[in-house]
Design a protein around this ligand. Structure first.
Ligand SMILES: [Zn+2]
Length: 498
């Protein structure tokens, strides 16, 4: 059996809440932050980034200190205004609402040097930029080439709201609010307040850098009074970028963590044949033996599924997740039956299945529509009547053991198998969104498209399921051997890294 892989413990670096930290409310698990955080208007990418394009262009294409100096000059301009004229909103929308005199003053600072003009000229690619005319006048550019690379690069550096470049732009907003007298900093201890003010004024050279950056970001996210968001510029920006620039896939075909051989067809075929032999050796009656049939049936069924997984390309396929789930469920079922080892329960498992076949047969036979191609009604009828005439067969509409798979796994001490193999595979078999996202969508590598999803030419090669399937099949064979000693052959090869 393959050795259990030790996953690197990263508990010290975790930046997420464990399941146990969530609060249960009915059938929902609520993360700790949700109760205490207002997410309204908090999207950096969607709403706030497009409003700071000018700053983003400067801070990503000029030497950092040069860009920060431009930011400081803008803040100084605000500080020097009479109090009734002060403003703090240096977003594109905010600037466009200034009087033309103020706007020209600010843009003169922002576009002061030739290198600033060259970088900021990209803004004129955007037809709906707030204050387009004023920007064109300040930049003194009639038209520019259709070159989106500067914008693409800048947005690429700032899509993540915590990068240094993003934080610099967020600091600019905080600094301007402070200069306009619109930022209240009042800690209980006046010394703390002074320290906080200095950290903003002398950013990035005052205080512990990681603490300062975090506190700048936390301040920037709080809504400013009379904030000028909701003007629609951000949505227009993203629409224009999508319409005017192309998609290009990142091609995220993540390699699996490691390549394990699991097993070979030869080994599997040998074990399969040996299990057939063992089935014959241990048979004691030609009558119905629910225990013997279930034990060897589940063993051979799982081995057959594993054989299918070894077909070329199968182990990385979408459907292989469903196959793995079936093998895991077969293991839990067998573990449950074996632990109870009750003649009535073995029989119940069998009779329940037969009742299901009868139900399917009767429904389809009665159906006015076409019988599905994959169904053979004659086979269903034979299966429904094999042990007993179907007229005596009761149909059970519940679970065969009056429980469910999770509870069964808990009851017999194999909940770890349920946790590891059921939920993620179920996402694939139910066609839930994360499976679809993972398999058939790629991420667009154009930063101006906000990392949106684009279809793949073919499904992603998903991580190999064979090593896990081998482990489960071997656990099934272990139970077979316990119930019908001795069957010592296993499918898993010694781990071999390719
Ligand atoms: Zn795209």
């Amino acid at each position: 059996m393959a050795k259990k892989k030790k996953r690197q413990k990263k508990s010290q670096q975790k930046n997420y809440s464990k399941i146990s930290a969530h609060k249960r409310q009915g059938k929902k698990l609520i993360p700790p932050l949700v109760d205490n955080f207002d997410f309204t208007n908090s999207s950096w990418i969607d709403d706030r980034l497009p409003e700071m394009l000018w700053a983003i262009l400067l801070v990503t294409h000029l030497p950092r200190e040069d860009a920060l100096n431009v930011f400081r000059k803008v803040a100084k301009y605000i500080e020097d205004l009479p109090s009734e004229d002060k403003f703090y909103d240096v977003t594109h929308t905010g600037l466009s609402k200034l009087s033309s005199e103020r706007l020209d003053d600010v843009l003169a600072i922002i576009t002061d040097q030739q290198e600033q003009k060259e970088v900021l000229a990209s803004l004129l690619l955007l037809d709906e930029l707030p204050g387009q005319e004023a920007w064109a006048k300040a930049l003194n550019v009639d038209r520019i080439d259709d070159d989106w690379n500067l914008l693409m690069e800048s947005v690429g550096h700032t899509l993540w709201h915590q990068t240094q470049e993003s934080t610099d732009c967020r600091w600019l907003k905080v600094l301007c609010r402070m200069m306009a007298g619109k930022l209240q900093i009042a800690f209980e201890n006046p010394e703390d307040s002074r320290q906080r003010v200095n950290e903003i004024l002398y950013y990035p050279d005052c205080g512990d850098p990681s603490h300062v950056r975090a506190s700048i970001r936390a301040t920037e996210i709080t809504p400013a009074p009379l904030s000028s968001n909701q003007t629609g510029w951000a949505a227009k920006f993203w629409s224009e970028c999508l319409a005017k620039t192309p998609c290009f896939p990142i091609n995220t075909n993540f390699p699996s963590r490691e390549i394990l051989t699991g097993t070979t067809r030869e080994r599997l075929s040998k074990v399969y044949n040996l299990l057939i032999e063992h089935t014959h050796h241990t048979r004691t009656t030609s009558g119905v033996d629910a225990r013997h049939d279930a034990v060897f049936g589940l063993g051979l069924y799982s081995l057959s599924l594993l054989q299918e997984l070894l077909q070329v390309g199968s182990c990385n396929s979408i459907s292989s997740r469903t196959t793995l789930r079936t093998i895991a469920e077969s293991f839990i079922t067998l573990a449950y039956l074996a632990k109870k080892d009750d003649a009535e329960l073995w029989q119940k498992y069998r009779v329940y299945g037969t009742g299901q076949v009868k139900k399917v047969f009767l429904k389809l036979d009665d159906s006015q529509t076409e019988i599905p191609h994959f169904v053979d009604l004659t086979t269903l009828e034979q299966l429904a009547n094999e042990d007993m005439w179907q007229e005596f067969q009761t149909i059970d509409l519940g679970h065969w053991a009056d429980t469910n798979l999770r509870k069964m796994s808990e009851e017999v001490g194999v909940k770890d198998v349920y946790d590891r193999f059921n939920d993620w595979t179920a996402t694939f078999s139910h066609g839930h969104w994360p499976a679809i996202r993972d398999a058939v969508f790629d991420t667009c590598g154009n930063p101006l498209h906000r990392l949106h999803r684009i279809p793949r030419q073919s499904p992603r090669a998903l991580p190999d399921v064979v090593p896990d399937a081998c482990q489960l099949v071997d656990q099934i064979l272990e139970i077979v051997s316990q119930l019908y000693p001795h069957f010592q052959d296993r499918v898993t090869l010694e781990e071999r890294h390719l």
